[in-house]
Design a protein around this ligand. Structure first.
Ligand code: UD1
Ligand code: CA
Length: 467
């Protein structure tokens, strides 16, 4: 039979110390919110261990905002309301008393408690706790770690018969010196927690009901000290938020490296958690890969590139200082240096976008070249067409955007413009400096520029005399 676990995310607190507009669970963290991280890892933990699990968020402070966010993104999560934030034990009581399915919460074999503000905890630690609990048949496990600067954390006070947890405010100066601290992550037998939760009082310096009081000396519980403490980093301040984001990015980059992605110096690469990168790809420093970006195999991402919600196919190149948003580079296409691909830029296989070129909402077919200083918007350009330097699709008449179509194997001379809507056929030739306002049939040539007049000796009339 599958294990059953009720997982509780404590998310009712106010999080004043973060000094943000949003309630703490909705504080930004990479491209997501803090609360997304425990949710993602819990789901992974359930599926990896074939656990029949249910996640409930205990919400209180600004609960409507948090509920709306979670409901919008995850259909399967329950909510319990803690009306007044009277401490973490009180939050867990709210879970057992006020969930939509209160009897069910008591029937899960185990109850897992995780805070909304520990985004680096992963399915790995959760699994290790589960194995310990089962193998040693314990009633509860608290995850602890060594923190040389333990300020703010509850201390793990170990004695002959077990351990208990003392909060910083209630700790004597000796206890404050203890560097083994409580992570706020617990896995407990549900029967055990129900029995001990009742007795917890608020006789302490904060006047709060501390969940840490379910652990007492002499009981069948353990504090398990994890060696890599930074995974339990609690985000109470902006500086801790920055630390957590750094740790999450490092984890992401380690995963990518294990899958064959090569970094020139990964400490300066910023990669969001959902970004995918294929084997053999090389990533230079000072790069930002964000949102739902998917990068294929053997791609080169040079320094200074910013790639947002874009798809880069195998063997493509994003050269230095290029910005791609909502764009696609097909196989072996290249963009940059200094290219800007805006939403809807779809660059065909082996096509080449050069420096200072902006492309928006345009489909460029295989082998198209737009090598220098151009703007292409709302356009379709056929295979192997070459666009010269300084070309502009004049797509906007001040009210509406219009479409430009250029066929395959055409040549558009430098410094030309198309006044959309307009169509140029296949195998056409546009002479340099032309302004194309009328459609061109396949195979046609067009030139539209003023005639040159040359007057010998007349330049001196216009040249300023030097004194
Ligand atoms: C808590 C632990 C501390 C541990 C630390 C790890 C207690 C008493 N202390 O302290 O031992 O070292 O986490 O980061 O548990 N919350 C509610 N309702 C409340 C109060 C808090 O839902 O009434 C939620 C918060 O939203 C937060 C979590 O519980 O997600 C922890 O609360 P917080 O105030 O951050 O506790 P710490 O002081 O960090
Ligand atoms: Ca905290």
């Amino acid at each position: 039979m599958n294990l059953t676990i009720g997982a509780v995310i404590l998310a009712a607190g106010e999080g004043k110390r973060l000094k943000l507009d949003a309630p703490k669970p909705l504080a930004p963290c990479l491209d997501k919110k803090l609360v997304d991280f425990p949710i993602k890892e819990l789901k992974k933990f359930f599926s990896q261990n074939k656990i029949n699990g249910k996640i409930t968020a205990v919400i209180g402070h600004q609960r409507e905002l948090i509920k709306n966010y979670i409901e919008k993104n995850y259909a399967e999560i329950n909510f319990a309301v803690q009306v007044e934030q009277r401490g973490t034990a009180d939050a867990l009581r709210s879970y057992f008393d006020s969930t939509e399915d209160k009897e069910i919460t008591k029937q899960f074999q185990y109850t897992l408690v995780i805070c909304a503000d520990t985004p680096v905890v992963s399915a790995y630690e959760l699994t290790e706790m589960l194995n310990l609990l089962i193998n040693e048949n314990l009633d509860g496990v608290a995850a602890s770690f060594i923190e040389n600067n333990p300020k703010g954390y509850g201390r793990i006070v170990r004695g002959k018969t077990g351990f208990h947890i003392t909060e910083e405010k209630d700790a004597s100066s000796d206890v404050q010196k203890i560097t083994e601290v409580n992570s706020g992550l617990y896995l407990l037998k549900t029967t055990y927690v129900l029995e001990h939760l009742k007795a917890i009082d608020s006789n302490n310096k904060s006047g709060e009901f501390y969940l840490t009081d379910v652990f007492k000396d002499g009981l069948n519980v353990k504090a398990h000290c994890f060696p890599n403490g930074n995974v339990f980093l609690g985000v109470n301040t902006l500086s801790q938020l920055e630390e957590a984001e750094k740790a999450l990015r490092i984890r992401k980059k380690n995963e990518l490296r294990e899958n064959g992605v090569r970094f020139i110096d990964s400490s300066h690469c910023y990669i969001d958690s959902d970004v995918e990168v294929g084997e053999g790809t090389v990533i230079y420093p000072n790069t930002f890969l964000t949102g739902k970006t998917i990068i294929g195999k053997n791609v080169v991402i040079e320094m200074g590139a910013q790639i947002i919600n874009s798809i880069i196919d195998d063997g493509a190149k994003v050269l230095a200082y290029s910005i791609l948003e909502g764009a696609r580079l097909h196989t072996k296409a290249s963009a940059g240096p200094f290219a800007r691909l805006r939403p809807g830029a779809d660059i065909g296989p082996e096509a080449k976008i050069g420096n200072f070129v902006e492309i928006k909402k345009s489909v460029l077919d295989r082998g198209v070249k737009v090598s220098h200083l151009s703007y292409v918007g709302d356009a379709f350009i056929g295979e192997e067409t070459n666009i010269g330097c300084g070309f502009i699709t004049c797509n906007f008449d001040g009210v509406n955007k219009h479409i430009t179509r250029i066929g395959k194997n055409s040549f558009i001379g430098s410094d030309s413009q198309t006044i959309a809507p307009v169509e140029i056929g296949d195998n056409c030739f546009v002479a340099s400096s032309s302004t194309i306002t009328k459609n061109m049939p396949d195979g046609s040539f067009a030139i539209s520029r003023g005639q040159q007049t040359t007057k010998e000796g007349m330049a001196k009339k216009f040249l300023k005399k030097k004194d």
